[in-house]
Design a protein around this ligand. Structure first.
Ligand SMILES: Nc1ncnc2c1ncn2[C@@H]1O[C@H](COP(=O)(O)OP(=O)(O)O)[C@@H](O)[C@H]1O
Ligand SMILES: [Mg+2]
Length: 317
């Protein structure tokens, strides 16, 4: 099969995507496919239109890749592609709106507020946020990933500088209550049947599970299943599956969760194109469930093609 692997692109997660793409290309080649890696740019439309590809594997992370834009392009080109469609991709990239949907479905989401930082922020704003959310509090850009632009602020000065930092990445900034507990992530596959992968606990050498901890070998460790009570594991798995469903995702996803001392899963986000590098979380969880990386990639491709064939277009005039 001729398969295009989209990777790279222009987002802040470009380097991670190049690594994810390289792994995916290798896996699909091992499966005997004719694989073309494509670094997303303005020529990509022509390359995909003329390339005679049976499927596109989307290994783009972050904006202009994971956020519905590329999915829209692939819909217009009528090419089968892996992962979620336009709506779920766009929704999950927007942490404020995804949080609202998850909370509306009765899932636990740490209390949050969205700020629009157009003309800087006043000392009053900082004071109000500290008194409302307490310290530490979390500040992040609404539409970013890989912990880029994120601050866990422990005093008012850090709140002020954290707001400025987040606003460098997105004028829409999310301020959120800090959730204390065990950091886990739960992979979900739906190709098409929903399968929640084993819980994976993340132990990071850095105080925050940041970019460095995520992508430097040896700086974080994965423990499967998470070292939390069985009931908490079940609650987190159930919450991850529900989040995937209410956000309308397809193919694969990975839900980041903090499990508190009482066993409540606090949902942070759902990644629609989770990392697929050698150090990544979802491939590890899949392996623990008996699904090797090559098999995972193949399943996603098969699902993309099956979904495309069953797609019912608008009625003919
Ligand atoms: N409300 C929160 N409470 C505690 N820790 C948080 C919170 N939000 C984010 N974090 C920490 O920051 C990391 C990144 O946040 P996340 O919302 O997953 O965004 P992204 O991974 O897209 O940058 C999390 O893995 C977690 O370690
Ligand atoms: Mg995350």
């Amino acid at each position: 099969m001729r398969i295009a692997v989209l990777r790279g692109g222009r987002s802040a997660e470009r380097d991670v995507s190049l690594r994810s793409g390289a792994q995916v290309e290798e896996a699909l080649r091992k499966r005997g496919h004719d694989v073309t890696g494509i670094d997303l740019d303005l020529n990509t439309w022509d390359v995909l239109r003329d390339g005679n590809f049976a499927c596109v594997f989307n290994a783009l992370h972050g904006r202009l890749g994971e956020d519905g834009t590329v999915q829209g392009m692939l819909e217009l080109l009528a090419l089968p592609y892996t992962g979620s469609g336009v709506l779920a991709s766009a929704l999950c990239m927007d942490k404020a709106r995804a949080n609202a949907v998850m909370a509306g479905a009765g899932l636990h989401v740490p209390e949050f507020e969205e700020l629009e930082l157009k003309q800087g922020m006043s000392a009053d704003t900082v004071e109000r946020l500290v008194s409302h959310f307490g310290l530490p509090l979390v500040i992040k850009p609404v539409r970013e990933g890989s912990t880029i632009g994120l601050t866990i602020a422990r005093d008012a000065d850090q709140v002020a500088s954290g707001l400025v930092l987040a606003a460098r990445y997105d004028r829409r900034v999310l301020v959120q209550r800090f959730a204390a507990g065990t950091e886990i992530t739960v992979g979900v596959l739906a190709t098409p049947d929903l399968q929640v992968l084993p819980t994976l606990e993340i132990v990071s050498d850095n105080p925050v599970y940041d970019y460095d901890a995520k992508y430097t070998a040896g700086k974080s460790h994965h423990i499967i299943p998470a070292r939390i009570p069985e009931a908490a594991r079940a609650a987190a798995s159930e919450a991850a599956g529900r989040a995937f469903t209410v956000l309308g995702c397809s193919g694969m996803g990975r839900v980041d969760i903090i499990v508190d001392a009482g066993g409540t899963p606090w949902l942070l986000e759902l990644n629609t194109v989770p990392g697929l590098t050698a150090l990544s979380l979802l491939p590890d969880a899949a392996r623990a469930a008996g699904i090797g990386f090559d098999d995972l990639c193949q399943r996603l491709v098969d699902h993309a093609i099956g979904r495309h064939q069953h797609h019912v277009g608008p009625p003919a005039e």
